[in-house]
Design a protein around this ligand. Structure first.
Ligand code: NAP
Ligand code: GDD
Length: 329
């Protein structure tokens, strides 16, 4: 029988990749989309026209119950969140409501929907390496103490522990993927990788001269989003639900990302195009993230397929293409 999946956050980067992955496996895919006349529905439709849109919001539990009734899913992937860390200081309460309480709203809706057959719906929670914050060990693994450094990280830690609690309290098949940063040409322009790839393409075209950034020394374990949604799916297919770190096990600085991005368009003296401004610094920074995905590799058979330099080049090439530049240099 065809499996049915419900994805929250389907209009985001990961939602788009996951929708395509599940469709390619023969799933019937339902996507929860918030708001009235959300303009991202058109982009979703262009990307994956077979996705069936259901309106709802993680803050509105009755809309979640209705979505579950309509989709009758075998699997629920909770990717919906306010996901921009910098924004979370200015909107701490809203971030807590959506990124934190939203997880509880959905878990509880699934419990009510499933009734006595709690095993009929499998659940995936999009947890985050941002929960490690002021890291207590390097590399970070599933057992590393969480020390979140942003309202977003705190909200994710709540959702992470609530997911574990529903697994332990009710026997729900609820897994949590502690995913390290993952990027793609679909990444939102507010995140540093896309901000750089887009600006580098525009600078190469002569459309812009300066790129203003914050902390260039921050280090992240950056992977490709297409690989990471495959890890989500693999977790949900396991007989037993569990938590997994998903990462490349390498760390690179924002500065290294800049070097490779500019080099890709033939600019070596990139420093003359980049300035730093305190408005892009955060009240508390996560200085270094580097994961240890041994458990995902051994248990799920998961491997990342795109390395750091190729990821940077992929994103710059996509932005060059968007600006009509490919082939011009
Ligand atoms: P994203 O592009 O920012 O997408 C977030 C999605 O959440 C969007 O579809 C957004 O809808 C939706 N959303 C926001 N508020 C909502 C609400 N109140 N109710 C329902 N949906 C809502 O994020 P992403 O990069 O795809 O990440 C997917 C998930 O993984 C997020 O939970 C994120 O926190 C987590 N995560 C991401 C990374 C990463 O590096 N990408 C790493 C670890 C964890 P609109 O399109 O309408 O705004
Ligand atoms: N966004 C942004 N803009 N970040 C900058 C800038 C800038 O101009 N300049 C330097 N940075 C630094 C940030 O201070 C941070 O240390 C790093 O670049 C990465 O920032 P983001 O790309 O915004 O991502 P993030 O690491 O804060 O959060 C992402 O990854 C998390 C997983 O670790 C998001 O996708 C989160 O949703 C996700 O959970």
């Amino acid at each position: 029988m065809t499996k049915r999946a419900l994805i929250t956050g389907v209009t985001g980067q990961d939602g788009m990749y996951l929708a395509r992955l599940l469709l390619s496996k023969g799933y019937t895919v339902f996507g929860l989309v918030r708001g009235q006349n959300n303009p991202k529905i058109q982009a979703l439709h262009d990307w994956a026209p077979e996705v069936r849109v259901i309106t709802g919001d993680l803050q509105d539990q009755s809309s979640l119950l209705r979505a579950l009734g309509q989709a009758q899913p075998d699997e629920v992937y909770n990717l919906g969140a306010i996901s921009f860390v910098a924004y979370s200081w200015e909107n701490a309460h809203l971030t807590s409501q959506v990124t934190g309480m939203g997880v509880l709203n959905l878990l509880e809706a699934i419990r009510l929907h499933a009734g006595t057959d709690i095993g009929k719906v499998r659940f995936y929670q999009a947890s985050s390496s941002e929960m490690f914050g002021r890291v207590q060990e390097v590399p970070q693994r599933e057992t590393t103490l969480l020390w979140p450094r942003s309202p977003y990280g705190v909200a994710k830690a709540f959702g992470h522990h609530m997911t574990i609690n529903y697994r332990e309290s009710y026997g729900m098949h609820a897994s949590s993927g502690i995913l390290f940063n993952h990027e793609s040409p679909l990444r939102g322009p507010e995140f540093v990788t896309r901000k750089i790839s887009s600006a580098v393409a525009r600078i190469a075209l002569g459309l812009q001269d300066q790129l203003v950034l914050g902390n260039l020394d921050a280090q992240r374990d950056w992977g490709f989003a297409g690989d990471y949604v495959d890890a989500m799916w693999r977790m949900v297919q396991q007989d037993t639900a569990d938590d997994y770190v998903v990462s490349t096990n390498e760390t690179h600085s924002v500065r290294e990302y800049l070097e490779i991005a500019f080099e890709h368009v033939g600019i070596t003296d990139w420093q003359r195009h980049v300035t730093q401004d305190a408005r892009f610094l955060r009240p508390a920074e996560v200085d270094l993230l580097m994961g240890d995905a041994t458990k995902a590799r051994t248990t799920l058979g998961w491997e990342p397929t795109v390395g750091f330099a190729d990821l940077v080049r992929m994103m710059v090439t996509a932005d060059l293409s968007e600006h009509g530049l490919v082939g011009a240099r």
